[in-house]
Design a protein around this ligand. Structure first.
Ligand SMILES: C[S@@+](CC[C@H](N)C(=O)[O-])C[C@H]1O[C@@H](n2cnc3c(N)ncnc32)[C@H](O)[C@@H]1O
Length: 227
């Protein structure tokens, strides 16, 4: 029986001491490499000149070299030990980057209201959390302007299966109706339609200010808190 609270996947169970291929675009099928290119360009355009930004679920710090040079301060948070270790190594080359251990469901305990200009929660991090609404509410509280989210787009099951196979993640179960995958190592990965995101935003007290599909496989949503 897999213990989903353990999140062994992000501790590296599938890759052990090898590189964490699931967060390294060079190991992806071409359509996901292109999604990453489009997302990176969009994020750069949106955050340039910001005083403070947050990456919720920093992973291995993939976006640190891309975004840190464009902003005053870049804070990355995560709860997986391996992710914190790897992202701290990347952050060490930047004076304006801080990495903190934190649960995304408790962000407002650690940051004051509207502390960040922008927050990002990308590459389907929202599809891995226990409560999407709680995470959106927390992001809304601590973010002055926009929250940028990217999630797997519903209707892309075959692409996703190919992605898991290509990077080497062993799928133990799939809920085809709701398009949720479960890995042997405890990863739970959901997917979303634009209507799902609209519903979550409403429940979290947020407005969807932009929604678009990136390279036919991912959904980009820009949200703002109504408060
Ligand atoms: C799919 S990865 C994305 C990593 C990074 N944002 C990127 O784009 O490369 C999701 C990350 O969020 C972290 N994460 C998931 N749920 C979390 C939670 N409740 N609190 C803190 N971090 C969480 C995972 O440990 C992992 O590093």
């Amino acid at each position: 029986m897999v213990d989903f609270s353990e999140k062994n996947f992000f501790e590296g169970k599938d890759f052990e001491s090898s590189p964490f291929r699931a967060l390294m675009p060079e190991f992806y099928p071409p359509e996901y490499q292109e999604y990453i290119r489009q997302e990176t360009a969009l994020l750069k355009e949106k955050v340039v000149g910001a005083k403070r930004i947050l990456e919720a679920g920093i992973g291995i710090g993939r976006l640190v070299p891309e975004l840190a040079p464009l902003v005053g301060e870049f804070v990355g948070v995560d709860k997986a030990r391996r992710m914190l270790e790897e992202s701290k190594k990347v952050a060490a080359s930047f004076q304006n980057v801080k990495i903190e251990e934190m649960n995304l469901e408790e962000l407002s305990k650690f940051f004051s209201e509207k502390y960040f200009d922008f927050s990002l929660c990308v590459w389907n991090t929202l599809g891995n959390v226990a409560s999407e609404v709680t995470v959106l509410q927390e992001l809304g509280k601590i973010t002055e302007k926009s929250v940028f989210i990217t999630t797997y787009l519903k209707g892309t099951l075959e692409h996703r299966k190919n992605w898991y196979k290509t990077v080497g993640v062993e799928i133990s179960d799939e809920d085809e109706t709701n398009e949720i995958f479960y890995s042997k190592s405890g990863l739970k990965s959901k997917s979303f339609s634009p209507e799902d995101m609209q519903q979550l935003a409403q429940e979290a007290g947020m407005d969807v200010v932009d929604s678009k599909i990136l390279n036919e496989v991912m959904l980009w949503t820009e949200l703002r808190s109504l408060k």
